[in-house]
Ligand binder design. Structure first.
Ligand code: UD1
Ligand code: UDP
Length: 374
């Protein structure tokens, strides 16, 4: 029996873990323990996704909550170690690039447990981004690295990671999108918000470089003040961003935008319905760049770089400098193209990534058993 301890902790982890938990549970010689670190804990940042995506209730919740990078990472490590010692897994599986990813990865390898990283190899080449450090470190200690796009394979090769460990399998986040697309169409969020298809923009912002830096946040909001005269803006606001706006002079400007619909974070199905039918998505999220590529919706990413370059070269994504005039220029260009954006679907983003992953893990485990008995 293969024993896999699966980890999730923050919002973007839940869409990635959902298809993996499904295929793991359908595999007869495999058992799992699901650990939620508690990095995200609000109902709308966590539990909602378990309910909507049929993710089994976590077997363990470490309830670490928020804190500085050091405090949060250390707290996850402290609380995760006894769980690993007790469960004695063959593998610990981590996804994405959040603090929970590296914290649990480190604990695993120090206890001699094999580490699996799903969404390996992505690089923004910007080490001021906390996620970039988490990615580099997690990849360097992983035994099996599952990659979503060719750039990831190339990055890992450049970093000297043995290619036997690296598998280009596609994108588990897209497995979730394709599995839920029809269900999301049933959502009545457009009616609730009184917005019409293709007559609004969806906004998400949470990168510290955009929302902790109030100068950058102001440049972005100044662009929104112009765009909202033309198009409704639907903005499910991340708790980090909400706290920053509430505590700042920008609050009154946000409140004064009459065409800006400010919401709590929304569930996966409502969000998918919103993005699928938007004229444009304006974001700094990682995962949303990939989702808009599949949906064929223009995406303006307010960042200087992306760790997901295929979304620009093949998909519908465009990086735009965090400057008011650049944002407005790109908005006007996209509008002039009738908010159309043609892209193609990246290789293996076909809804079957989790199935490919389970096959590789099973083969790897059988190889280990054979070596033990030889
Ligand atoms: C984290 C990840 C980031 C990911 C993002 C997805 C790291 C370093 N960052 O950023 O890579 O893109 O999640 O959303 O792991 N908060 C709440 N309720 C919650 C969670 C957070 O109010 O349920 C607030 C707290 O004030 C907290 C702040 O948001 O301090 C930031 O949370 P944190 O998990 O540290 O980072 P994110 O910005 O969410
Ligand atoms: N998402 C959601 N509701 C929201 C905003 C985002 O369900 O209000 C989903 C989105 O569809 C994607 C994921 O959250 O699947 C992306 O997470 P986030 O942007 O928080 O993190 P990142 O991808 O930047 O790490």
């Amino acid at each position: 029996m293969i024993k896999i301890l699966c980890v999730c902790g923050a919002r973007p982890n839940f869409m990635k873990i959902a298809p993996l938990m499904r295929v793991f549970r359908e595999t007869s010689n495999l058992s799992t323990l699901l650990v939620h670190t508690g990095q995200h804990y609000d109902e709308k940042m966590s539990k909602l996704f378990f309910d909507e995506l049929n993710i089994p209730k976590p077997d363990v919740n470490l309830e670490v909550g928020s804190g500085s990078h050091a405090v949060q990472t250390a707290e996850v490590m402290k609380r995760f170690e006894p769980v690993v010692l007790n469960y004695k897994p063959d593998y610990v599986l981590v996804v994405g690039d959040v603090n929970s990813t590296i914290a649990c990865g480190l604990v695993a390898v120090k206890l001699g447990v094999k580490l699996i990283h799903v969404e390996a190899g992505l690089r923004s080449f910007d080490r001021t981004m906390p996620e970039e450090i988490n990615r580099i470190l997690t990849d360097s200690i992983s035994d099996l690295l599952f990659v979503t796009e060719q750039s990831g394979v190339d990055n890992l090769k450049y970093e000297g990671i043995n290619s036997d460990k690296v598998h280009l399998v596609g994108n588990v986040m897209i497995d979730t999108l394709l599995a839920n697309r029809q269900k999301a169409e049933q959502s009545d969020i457009l009616e609730q918000l009184k917005v019409e298809k293709k007559k609004y923009a969806v906004i998400t912002l949470h990168r510290p470089s955009n929302v902790d830096d109030l100068g950058n946040l102001e440049k972005i909001l100044t662009a929104f003040e112009v765009i909202e005269k033309d198009l409704k803006l639907v903005f499910p606001i991340h708790p980090r961003t909400k706290k920053n706006i509430e505590g700042s002079v920008l609050q009154t400007r946000v409140s004064a935008m009459s065409n800006l619909i400010l919401l709590e974070p929304v569930g996966y199905l409502d969000f998918l319905k919103l993005t699928a039918n938007a004229a444009i998505v304006i974001t700094d999220s990682g995962g949303i760049q990939e989702e808009t590529t599949i949906l064929g919706v223009p995406c303006m990413t307010l960042r200087e770089n992306t760790e997901r370059p295929i979304t620009c070269t093949e998909g519908t994504n465009k990086l735009v400098h965090v400057e008011t005039q650049d944002i407005l220029k790109h908005y006007r260009e996209t509008k002039a193209n009738a908010f159309e954006s043609k892209g193609k679907i990246p290789r293996y983003w076909d809804g079957k990534a989790a199935e490919r992953i389970v096959k590789v893990i099973t083969g790897h485990w059988e190889g280990l058993q054979k070596r033990k008995t030889d």
